[in-house]
Design a binder for this molecule. Structure first.
Ligand code: G6P
Ligand code: MN
Length: 429
C-alpha cells in the first residue's frame, strides 16, 4: 500500500494466537487510524511471517489503509512508534506450564497471573518491558496486555519515564456473566469494578444510569450448578456474591476456594497451558491456510471479540482525543481510598489524549479490603524483585501472597521456579 504514513503503532508479540482478534480490532477502527504503520515484532519469525501476511490480506480485502512491516529486531520496530501495544509471553506456553505446575506441586494454586505462577511470569515479562521502555520514543504510550498486567504496569511506571496503561478485558466477560445471573440487560449496565487486576469487586451497578439494589438482587439469587469455563465459574461466583453482598471478579475463586481449586487442578491432570498447547497446532494450521487467501477468515478460538477491540479502542481514544470511561490499570492517586496513592489499581477512568484519570470510588468493601491490600503489598514486592533480581525481595513477595502459607513453601516454589525459568531471568544472575 502506498498510503502516506500518519502514525506508527508497534505491536510487540505479533506472532501471538491473539493476533487474529487484534487485526479484527484494527479493522473495526480502520477509518480512525487510516494511514498508520503497524510494525509487527516477534521473536518467532515463522509465526510473525504468517500474521503479517494474514493482516496484509485482511486489510487489503477491506480497503483498510494500513502499512504492515515485520521485525525480529526490537529497535526498528519501536523507532518512531507513538503507541506500543505489548501482547507477548516470554517462554510461551511451555513457560506457562511451569508457572501453573510448580506451585501446585507444593499445594498452592498454579495460575498464570495470580499467586506464585504470576510472580514467575512477572519476573520474565518485566525485563522485556523495561528494555522496550528503554528503546521507546520519550512521548510514546505503552498499551499493555502482557501479564501480570498490573505488576508490569507498576514496574514500568516506577522505573521508567515511559507512560503505560495496563489492560485486561476480564471485566467485560464478568459483567456479561453477572448480567445473566442477575437477569439484567448487559448493554444497559455500567459496573464500577474496583481493586487490583484479577482482584476487583463491584458494589455499584447502574442500569440506564440508575443504581440497582444489589444486596436485594443477590439475596434472591439462586446459585446455579455447573457452567464453569476456563475463565469463569458462575456457580462459585454466585455463592460468593451471596455471602459478600457485592460482586466478585471471577479470579476471586482462587482466593476463596483455594484448597478446592488445588484439588480440582490436581485431579484434572493437565495444566491450562497443556490444554492450549494441544489445540495450538490445529489453530496455527487454520490461520496459516487463511493467511494466503484474498479475504482471510482466521479462527476465533483464541482471543475473541472484546480483547482486540478493547485495546484498539484505547489507542484510538489516546490518538483522537476522544473522551471515554474505561476500566484500566493505572496510578490510583486517591481514587480508591483503601490503597496507596501510588498503587497501580484497576479502576473506572476517564481516558482522553492525556491518558487515564481514575474516577473517585471511595473505599474497598470491608470484607475484601484486607485481602486486596495484602495482594497489593505482594504486587509491590514482586515488581521490585522482578526489576532488581533480589532473591530476598522475591522470597518476601511470595511469603506476602495470600495463597502461600509458610516460608518453606515460598522457598521451594521460588528455588524451583527460578531454576526452571533461568534462561528468561537475567536479572537473577
Ligand atoms: C482472561 C484474562 C487474561 C488471561 C486469559 C487467559 O482473558 O483476563 O489475563 O491471560 O484469560 O486465557 P487462556 O485462554 O489463555 O487461558
Ligand atoms: Mn486479564
Amino acid at each position: 500500500m502506498s498510503t502516506e504514513v500518519t502514525m506508527k503503532i508497534a505491536i510487540i508479540g505479533a506472532g501471538s494466537g491473539y493476533m487474529p482478534g487484534v487485526i479484527r480490532g484494527l479493522l473495526h477502527r480502520a477509518d480512525d487510524l487510516a494511514g498508520a504503520e503497524l510494525a509487527f515484532y516477534d521473536v518467532d519469525a515463522a509465526n510473525l511471517t504468517v500474521i503479517a501476511r494474514l493482516a496484509t490480506n485482511m486489510f487489503a480485502a477491506r480497503g483498510a489503509a494500513f502499512t504492515v512491516t515485520a521485525h525480529t529486531d526490537l529497535k526498528p520496530a519501536l523507532d518512531g512508534a507513538a503507541y506500543i501495544f505489548t501482547t507477548f509471553r516470554p517462554g510461551g506456553m511451555a513457560a506457562r506450564h511451569l508457572d501453573e505446575s510448580i506451585p501446585l506441586k507444593h499445594g498452592v494454586v498454579g495460575q498464570e497471573t495470580a499467586g506464585p505462577g504470576g510472580f514467575l511470569m512477572a519476573c520474565r515479562s518485566i525485563p522485556v518491558l523495561l528494555e522496550i521502555a528503554a528503546h521507546a520514543e520519550p512521548d510514546a504510550w505503552i498499551v499493555n496486555y502482557t501479564n501480570p498486567t498490573n505488576i508490569v504496569t507498576d514496574a514500568v511506571t516506577r522505573n521508567t519515564g515511559i507512560r503505560i496503561i495496563g489492560l485486561c478485558d476480564q471485566f467485560v466477560g464478568d459483567t456479561e456473566m453477572w448480567a445473566q445471573l442477575l437477569g439484567l440487560p448487559y448493554e444497559r449496565l455500567e459496573v464500577d469494578w474496583i481493586g487490583l487486576n484479577h482482584a476487583t469487586w463491584a458494589e455499584r451497578v447502574r442500569l440506564d444510569g440508575k443504581e440497582v439494589d444489589l444486596p436485594a438482587l443477590l439475596a434472591d439469587l439462586e446459585v446455579p450448578g455447573g457452567g464453569a469455563t476456563p475463565w469463569r465459574d458462575p456457580s462459585r461466583m454466585a455463592e460468593l456474591a451471596k455471602a459478600l453482598g457485592f460482586l466478585p471478579n471471577s479470579y476471586s475463586k482462587y482466593y476463596f476456594f483455594h484448597d478446592q481449586v488445588v484439588e480440582e487442578l490436581r485431579a484434572k491432570g493437565t495444566t491450562r497451558a497443556e490444554d492450549i498447547q494441544a489445540m495450538l497446532p490445529g489453530f496455527r494450521a487454520q490461520v496459516t491456510e487463511e493467511s494466503y487467501k484474498p479475504d482471510p477468515d482466521p479462527s476465533r478460538e483464541r482471543g475473541g471479540g472484546e480483547h482486540g477491540e478493547f485495546a484498539i479502542d484505547v489507542i484510538c481514544t489516546l490518538h483522537l482525543g476522544e473522551s471515554r470511561r474505561v476500566i484500566v490499570n493505572t496510578t490510583n492517586n486517591n481514587a480508591i481510598s483503601s490503597l496507596p496513592p501510588d498503587a497501580i489499581v484497576e479502576v473506572p477512568s476517564l481516558l482522553t489524549a492525556a491518558g487515564p484519570v481514575p474516577l473517585v470510588q471511595g473505599p474497598l468493601p470491608r470484607a475484601v479490603r484486607g485481602l486486596t491490600q495484602a495482594i497489593h503489598e505482594y504486587e509491590r514486592l514482586a515488581s521490585d524483585a522482578a526489576v532488581t533480581g533480589s532473591r530476598r525481595l522475591a522470597l518476601q513477595a511470595l511469603m506476602a501472597h495470600p495463597f502461600v502459607t509458610g516460608k518453606h513453601t515460598a522457598e521451594k516454589i521460588l528455588d524451583e521456579g527460578l531454576a526452571a525459568h533461568r534462561a528468561y531471568l537475567p536479572q537473577f544472575g
